[in-house]
Design a protein around this ligand. Structure first.
Ligand code: GDP
Ligand code: MG
Length: 163
């Protein structure tokens, strides 16, 4: 069975941008596949000869704050249930907030393989932004810029170590 990588994180941290960098082509998964809903996007990835399915849990993110929190929690639970590796994306420009902490607590308690990706570090000048994310207690955050395509190779190396 192919390894599953789930991308989780609050809206606007850059999950979908990163998803597109991590994968080749999107795959069609029909709605009668158990556990599949419209708010997830699936694609296949390959790195160093290892194949995996990436799930972007964000999908179409609603405006309403209460619904957003509910969705984030549901998505984190789905990731905990199905992923071999969870990619927890945080926003290095905005910094750590209470929603990140809540997601982080859920993931930490699950005991799953979690990689924190500190995104939007578009230049080395922003690297100090990463330190506060150690507070999540999920190990050393990886520094990336999904938009600039920085740190993606190192992130993939780390992901496939877990398969
Ligand atoms: P999602 O809601 O978590 O899926 O986030 P998106 O991938 O849709 O990105 C949200 C916003 O952040 C968009 O305006 C992106 O252009 C921007 N963004 C994503 N990745 C980066 C990055 O590495 N650096 C910067 N500066 N902006 C980014
Ligand atoms: Mg998205």
């Amino acid at each position: 069975n192919r390894a599953i990588v789930c991308i989780v994180g609050r809206p606007n941290v850059g999950k979908s941008t990163l998803f597109n960098k991590l994968v080749g082509k999107r795959i069609a998964i029909t709605e009668d596949t158990p556990g599949v809903t419209r708010d997830r996007i699936y694609a296949e990835g390959e790195w160093l000869g290892k194949y995996f399915t990436v799930i972007d849990t964000g999908g179409l993110e609603p405006e309403n704050e209460e619904i957003i929190m509910k969705n984030i929690k549901r998505q984190a639970e789905m990731a905990i249930d199905t992923a071999d590796v969870i990619l927890f994306v945080v926003d290095g420009l905005e910094g750590l907030n209470s929603t990140d902490r809540e997601i982080g607590n859920m993931l930490r308690k699950s005991g799953k393989n979690v990689i924190v990706a500190c995104n939007k570090i578009d230049t080395p000048n922003f690297k100090n932004q990463v330190y506060e994310f150690y507070e999540l207690g999920l190990g050393e955050p990886m520094i990336i810029s999904g938009e600039q395509g920085l740190g993606i190779g190192d992130l993939l190396d780390e992901i496939v170590k877990h398969f």
